[in-house]
Design a binder for this molecule. Structure first.
Ligand code: HXC
Length: 257
């Protein structure tokens, strides 16, 4: 891996992926995205991992897709390379992914954070979809996920003007989960990941899948999907363990089975 670092045992049951093109503010070139896709696939298959944190560095989570790599391309080049198809793996990842964002999360960087399940940010973080300023528009979820997260008025303003919003505003409008001082953003993401990693990995996976279903379907179908997943948790040893532990007034020990 040249442009990302992967630590599959950063903490107990928690993997850390660090975007690692610091000089280019972690601009997302094709190779980086390919490496990220492969890493997520591997971590999803690794039974020791229960939650994944994706981060950059203090100055930038990611300043967008690599403009220099895209600048000379034709529409047919873009179509043939279909760079966004690598993003599908992120969406397919069954384990929870927490974005730990500091500095710039712009364009594809903002879209990447939004593709994760939760976002913890440092107070220096800046979120934006500035593609409009370079004559294009968001292409990896910026018009869709942002609008679903913060509503039409604010999303339209960000997408049509390219303005950035601060971490505080991002929290206020519901784009992110938490803002903390810059020296704490990774620890805050770890704290969240640790809470999840203590729970039943089976139930966590099914619950993540069910929440995400909201964005794909209407209410009746979503409720039906949720109910089936709820019933399915009763096929797990973790359900027996969780309920017995409650009755016996002890801490459950979930095994992911
Ligand atoms: C390629 C980038 C880059 C990018 C920064 N760099 N962003 N290279 N693609 N998206 C490079 C700069 O060219 C520069 O390298 C180095 O990183 C540091 O950047 P500076 O501009 O010198 O830093 P600063 O003055 O602090 O400004 C930071 C910035 C600015 C405000 C974030 O870099 C900026 O506006 N970047 C582009 C943001 C953007 O438009 N993102 C959307 C991209 S389109 P050199 O070698 O020149 O010094 C997109 C499409 C999404 O994301 C589609 C889905 C993937």
């Amino acid at each position: 891996m040249e442009f990302i670092k992967v630590d599959n045992s950063y903490k107990k049951h928690i993997a850390l992926i660090t975007l690692n093109r610091p000089k280019e503010l972690n601009a997302l070139n094709l190779q980086l995205m390919g490496e990220l896709r492969d890493a997520l696939k591997n971590l999803d298959e690794d039974d020791t991992v229960r939650a994944i944190i994706l981060t950059g560095n203090e100055k930038a989570f990611a300043a967008g897709a690599d403009i220099k790599q895209m600048a000379g391309k034709t529409a047919i080049d873009m179509l043939n390379v279909d760079q966004f198809s690598t993003w599908d793996q992120i969406k397919k990842t069954k384990k929870p992914i927490i974005a730990a964002v500091s500095g710039f999360a712009l364009g594809g960087g903002c879209e990447l954070a939004m593709t994760c399940d939760m976002i913890v940010a440092s107070e220096t973080a800046k979120f934006g979809q500035p593609e409009i300023k370079i004559g294009v528009m968001p292409g990896a979820g910026g018009t869709q996920r942002l609008t679903r997260a913060i509503g039409k008025a604010k999303a339209m303003e960000m997408v049509l003007t390219g303005k950035f919003i601060s971490a505080d505003e991002a929290e206020k409008v519901g784009l992110i989960n938490k803002v903390v001082p810059v020296e704490m953003y990774l620890d805050a993401a770890v704290e969240l990941a640790e809470q999840i990693a203590q729970l039943s990995p089976v139930a966590v996976k099914l619950a993540k899948e069910s929440v995400n279903r909201t964005f794909e379907t209407h209410l009746d179908e979503g409720l039906h999907f949720e109910r089936k997943n709820f019933y399915l948790t009763f096929a797990s040893e973790d359900q027996t363990e969780g309920m017995n532990a409650f009755v016996e007034k002890r801490k459950p020990d979930f095994k992911g089975k």
